[in-house]
Each structure stands twice: as C-alpha cells, then as structure tokens.
Design a protein around this ligand. Structure first.
Ligand code: TYD
Length: 222
C-alpha cells in the first residue's frame, strides 16, 4: 500500500489507560533503531497553542457545552495539522499521533451524542482531510480500563460516567468496522510485548515498500 505523502502518519486511539503511551514509546524506539526519522505528538496539545486549549479542555472545574468542547478539539487539531503534522509528513518524517479524528467521533459523537455526520464534517475542515495512513485502536473492556486508572487524579473527560465510556468504546468499534482498511484493533488485554509485536507485524505487512523485510530482520537480529 502506498502512503499519501512522503512520511507515514500513524495514529493511536482507545480509552484512557489502554496503554497507548507505552505502545507509542516502544514504536518510536523501534523507528529510532531503524534510523527512521519520527516524531511523537498528541491531540490535544501537540503545539504551543494547542497546549493552552488542552488545559482548558481537561480542567476539572470547566463547565463546557458539548458543541464548545467539539469546536475546541477541532481548533486544536487544525493548528496541529497546520503547524506540525503536515509539514513533518511533507519532509518525509513518520508522525505518531496519540489520538486524532477518531477520538472526536468516539467521545463527542458517541459519548456526547452529537451527530457523527457533524463531527466528520468538522474533522474534514480542521484537518483539510488529512487522514492517518494507519490507526491502531487499543481496545479493552470498559470496566477494566476504568479500574486501571488512577481514580485520585481524573481529568474532566475521565470523570464522566461509565455509561459515557461504554458508548465511547462502542463508538470506536463501530468506526473501526466502517474503516477496516485503516483502523486495526489491538487487544489491549494482551501483554505489552505481544501488542508491540502485533503492531510491528501489521505495519510491515501493510507498508512493505517502507519496511523492507531484509532491513527489519537485520536490525532485529542485532
Ligand atoms: P489524553 O491525551 O489521552 O489524556 P491523558 O493525558 O489523560 O492520557 O486525552 C485527553 C482527553 O481528551 C481524553 O479523555 C480523550 C479526550 N478527547 C476527546 O474527547 N475528543 C478528542 O477529539 C480528543 C483528541 C480527545
């Protein structure tokens, strides 16, 4: 499969405490070992401007209307694409993004129950239709993900009800069924090393030209 620009755009999705950050770190280390230039970034908060939006969005005391929340995530994403993601891809850099368009579909669409058609429309405007080449959805039963979190330090979204988080999970799974070519579901109950292995395997299979087998094997033997 060919990628849409010189670089490769990879997003990670899933509930809080599914293990996204760990998998992102392992994948970035793997690219570093291969000498593939890469950056790790996150949505919201991937730019200086976005950091400010992130603070507003996650502050616990904030009373935000659902559409306001949606627009703020979109504003952050728009700046993120414009300032960091697109220019990096154009330079041939691999971009690993912690959350992206599918988070708005899952959280604002299914969680807050704003029509998904509106979310998609807004995502298209914010990103100028820049869609990840591949997305890993770290899926886990909601009761388990809620138990895994540090309950003494929950942000505004994390503090939502378990019904909200169950809708988010179902939203993610529905979105994955709609875009099976792009979104790969990773079972987040598996051990960390197995998940990492599965992610690398999918990447190698999907982007054969980028990950020439010989090169990968040579590196892994070292
Ligand atoms: P995250 O960076 O995963 O927070 P944490 O530091 O706790 O891991 O994401 C912040 C929160 O924002 C998370 O609860 C999901 C939510 N979110 C949305 O509701 N919509 C969006 O479009 C995005 C990107 C995130």
């Amino acid at each position: 499969m060919d990628v849409q620009s010189n670089g490769l755009f990879i997003s990670f999705e899933g509930p809080d405490a599914a293990g996204k950050s760990t998998q992102i770190r392992l994948l970035a280390n793997y690219f570093n070992k291969l000498n593939y230039q890469n950056i790790v970034t996150r949505d919201p908060g991937g730019t200086a401007f976005g950091q400010k939006i992130r603070k507003i969005l996650l502050a616990k005391e904030t009373n935000v209307a659902p559409i306001t929340e949606l627009l703020l995530y979109a504003a952050d994403r728009s700046q993120h694409v414009y300032e960091l993601i697109k220019p990096s891809l154009d330079k041939g850099i691999i971009v690993i993004c912690d959350r992206y368009i599918d988070s708005s579909v899952a959280y604002q669409g299914y969680g807050r129950q704003i029509p998904v058609s509106l979310i998609n429309h807004l995502n298209n405007i914010a990103t100028n239709k820049l869609i990840p080449d591949i997305t890993f959805l770290l899926d886990i039963d909601t009761d388990i993900s809620l138990r895994r979190r540090d309950s003494s330090n929950l942000d505004r979204l994390e503090s939502e009800s378990s019904e909200f988080h169950k809708r988010v999970r179902q939203g993610y799974l529905k979105t994955a069924r709609l875009y099976p070519q792009r979104i790969h579901i990773i079972n987040a109950r598996k051990p960390i090393s197995v998940m990492h292995h599965d992610i690398k395997h999918i990447l190698r299979e999907k982007f054969k030209t980028l990950f020439s087998k010989n090169e990968i094997i040579a590196h892994e033997e070292n």
